[in-house]
Design a binder for this molecule. Structure first.
Ligand SMILES: [Zn+2]
Length: 177
């Protein structure tokens, strides 16, 4: 019976583009994702978890989403830098207005991972902005890369959650100026 639901969930997740960044193979019904199990019972941490889960399920609204939701009436252009459509890869890896926050919060992620895998492996795995986006959204997508090392996926989840929260916070501050 639980296999049935696992399969149903996996088919559903593949078909829903909104869930395309989740590590489908690791999702098991009845077992919470580590983005929940690694949360500390503090208001700040729960809030970070909420923001992260909105990003994971693609219910976090960026300008490119407003563009689609408005039936293309609203421009998808990033309001912070005006240098292209604002989607998740743009926000997380490209937007020049967020470069300081990105540098500050991505560095600990890279330092942590390269403690456990060689620099060459890092370059082969995180080859482009799409792969980096996937890493930040749901690091369990790369469990197979880390499985032979002592890297703690929970630790990585905490670092990526922190990065997204700070990026979200910087973005909001810039928008409301
Ligand atoms: Zn931008």
């Amino acid at each position: 019976m639980s296999n049935y639901w696992n399969n149903a969930l996996q088919i559903d997740t593949v078909q829903k583009t909104s869930l395309r960044y989740l590590a489908v193979n690791y999702i098991k019904t009845g077992k919470p994702h580590i983005s929940y199990t690694t949360l500390q019972p503090t208001i700040v941490d729960v809030w970070k978890g909420i923001i992260k889960s909105r990003m994971m399920t693609r219910t976090y609204t960026l300008q490119a989403d407003r563009h689609k939701l408005s039936r293309y009436e609203i421009a998808p252009t990033c309001q912070l830098c005006n240098q292209g459509p604002e989607d998740l890869p743009h926000m997380l890896t490209t937007c020049s207005a967020l470069s300081e926050t990105r540098k500050e919060t991505f560095a600990p992620i890279k330092i942590y991972i390269t403690k456990f895998i060689r620099e060459r492996k890092w370059k082969e795995t995180f080859i482009d902005r799409h792969k980096i986006t996937v890493l930040i959204i749901d690091c369990t997508n790369f469990t197979h890369i880390f499985s032979e090392s002592k890297l703690k996926i929970e630790e990585l989840e905490t670092l990526t959650r922190n990065m997204f929260y700070k990026m979200h916070d910087s973005r909001l501050k810039l928008i409301s100026v």
